[in-house]
Design a protein around this ligand. Sequence first.
Ligand code: NDP
Length: 257
Amino acid sequence: MNNLMQNKNIVVMGVANNRSIAWGITKSLQNAGANLIFTNRQERSRQKLEKLLAENEIEPKLIVSCDVADDESIVQAFREIGEKVGTIHGVVHSVAFANRDELKGEYANTSREGYLLAQNISSYSLVAVTREAKKLMTEGGGIVTQTYLGAERVVPNYNVMGVAKAALEASVRYLAEDVGKYGIRVNAVSAGPVRTLSAKGVSGFNDKMTVIEEKAPLRRQIDQDQVGDATVFLLSDMSRGITGDVLHVDSGFHIIA
Ligand code: NDP
């Protein structure tokens, strides 16, 4: 246990089950003494989250429903958080979605609808969430999203999601400039491949994991806990000089040609 996040109210968006990256982040935040608030979209995810919290003896401050595809739902969720919790000090945005059939084959075949869907859920959502969260972050704090190397380079089959992540990373920079004057920092963690529900949707995902073991400087895969600790670093005062940045948690894979 460390006290990095003692007395900090942090909103975690995107726990679907115990494999979710957001669950790794939850454990790291709990270990750092944070007060936790959760948002879920699906009722099924909420039930899984409640079970996980009970099993791990984590007492949430609040769980609210939030569909990031819907502006009103985001406004409502943060309004409720404001009413019931008050000031918040951070947000973990760990949410993405694309149609499974567009995560394989040629990117040129992406439909307009599929392109807009991926951008909407995976990228625009950070803009809308930052706008609402900012109102409650009256003491400053950190917002951290989750991205992937497919934003920077062509990763086979990642396709439409790679383009959405590129927009997300650009958004991190523009948002960082907007809210920096309020003492709020915005950063992203670029995680190596982690076997989660969402990752299953990307064709050939297993190959991406194997190549990390073969080629990354650390020669090992990464896990949710490593992403969790790096995310807590970016939420905490330890990273107070860092904003608009992308921190790679990928065993160093991104530096290899
Ligand atoms: P999960 O499937 O565990 O989590 C994805 C989450 O996104 C779910 O909790 C889901 O909520 C949520 N979500 C999807 N659509 C919406 C919506 N409209 N409104 C609100 N929430 C929504 O997968 P991961 O943990 O892998 O994904 C988390 C983040 O990490 C994503 O941004 C992903 O791109 C990123 N990432 C993942 C990597 C990996 O290899 N797994 C690598 C690098 C980045 P619900 O269950 O309620 O639908």
